[in-house]
Write a protein that binds this ligand. Structure first.
Ligand SMILES: NC(=O)c1ccc[n+]([C@@H]2O[C@H](COP(=O)([O-])OP(=O)(O)OC[C@H]3O[C@@H](n4cnc5c(N)ncnc54)[C@H](OP(=O)(O)O)[C@@H]3O)[C@@H](O)[C@H]2O)c1
Length: 269
């Protein structure tokens, strides 16, 4: 994944590569590793110079949630450039349409669907879109997450707790239940956790705890779905996306950090 990031973020990228952690199933191959071993360079939608010659995913179908920008879009793009047909999605039709056009312009076979991951009908719609267009699913990337507050765990409102668990954990499980009948032998499920899952820091604590849960979920699912389906988890460090801009602009986080921009308390740095 780190190789998918823009050139101007290269310093951060190499840092992220060192700091990110992953859980692997016995097959020990992840999308990140696949991306890291691809040869050549091309210019990604985010502006990075990388050429992708490898077409090892020809004939595969990949569904990626929250994939109209940031990490999800970069994953969808890389899977597509390596030959997979990709199904991208997010909450807003406009974002879906723009991302579809962007990927098509790169020669990628892509369709889009609106899918707020905590909406049961839209989750089913996403899986239906994949199956109607391509017949089956080989790769499912569960990438959506929310981080709506910096409140401490003891102050957190129940509605906020519900939102965090719904989007960050429950939706991954429910989407997988919808997708499971369409996953082929040899398929791969990738769950996006976070480095905060290993150490849920103040200001991001409850979000971090939901990401901790994904580490356990990955292990449990790997046991349940193997050997036909591999289940892996990626735990990125800081990646400069819209989601992460919260970390460098939120006053509470900056206060915890002590010095604006120093990053000393930002998880993953
Ligand atoms: N960036 C980091 O530093 C970092 C570090 C560790 C882990 N992560 C994890 O990486 C994942 C992606 O984060 P990112 O930084 O790439 O975010 P991002 O750049 O802000 O992108 C968010 C994407 O998700 C979509 N989205 C937001 N809420 C959604 C929902 N409820 N259902 C479906 N789509 C939704 C957005 O499109 P719409 O607005 O159209 O919905 C957009 O396409 C998250 O799981 C995050 O926890 C990020």
């Amino acid at each position: 994944m780190c190789l998918l990031l823009p050139r101007f973020h290269r310093r951060r990228v190499s840092f992220t590569l060192r700091k990110s952690k992953q859980i692997t199933t016995p097959a020990r191959r992840t999308t990140v590793q696949a991306a890291a071993t691809a040869k050549g360079r091309h210019r990604s939608s985010a502006g990075a110079a990388m050429e992708v010659k490898c077409r090892r995913l020809e004939g595969k179908v990949a569904v990626v949630t929250a994939s109209t920008q940031g990490i999800g879009l970069a994953i969808a793009e890389r899977l597509g450039l390596e030959g997979a047909a990709v199904v991208i999605s997010s909450r807003k039709q406009k974002n879906v349409d723009e991302a579809v056009e962007r990927l098509k312009a790169k020669g990628i076979t892509v369709v889009g669907a609106v899918c707020h991951v905590s909406d049961a009908q839209q989750r089913k719609g996403l899986i239906d879109t994949a199956v109607k267009n391509f017949g089956h699913i080989d790769i499912l990337v569960s990438n959506a997450a929310a981080n709506p507050t910096v409140d401490g765990i003891l102050e957190m409102k129940e509605a906020v707790l519900d939102k965090l668990w719904d989007i960050n954990v429950k939706a991954s499980i429910l989407l997988l239940q919808d997708a499971a009948p369409h996953l082929r032998k040899g398929s791969s499920v990738i769950i996006i956790s976070s480095i905060t899952g290993y150490n849920p820091e103040q200001g991001l604590a409850m979000y971090g705890v939901t990401k901790t849960a994904l580490l356990g979920l990955t292990k449990a699912l790997a046991a349940e779905m193997g050997p036909n389906t591999r289940v892996n988890c990626i735990a990125p460090g800081f990646v400069p996306t819209r989601f992460a801009s919260f970390l460098t602009t939120n006053e509470t986080i900056i206060g915890l950090c002590g010095r604006h921009g120093c990053g000393c308390r930002i998880p993953g740095l």
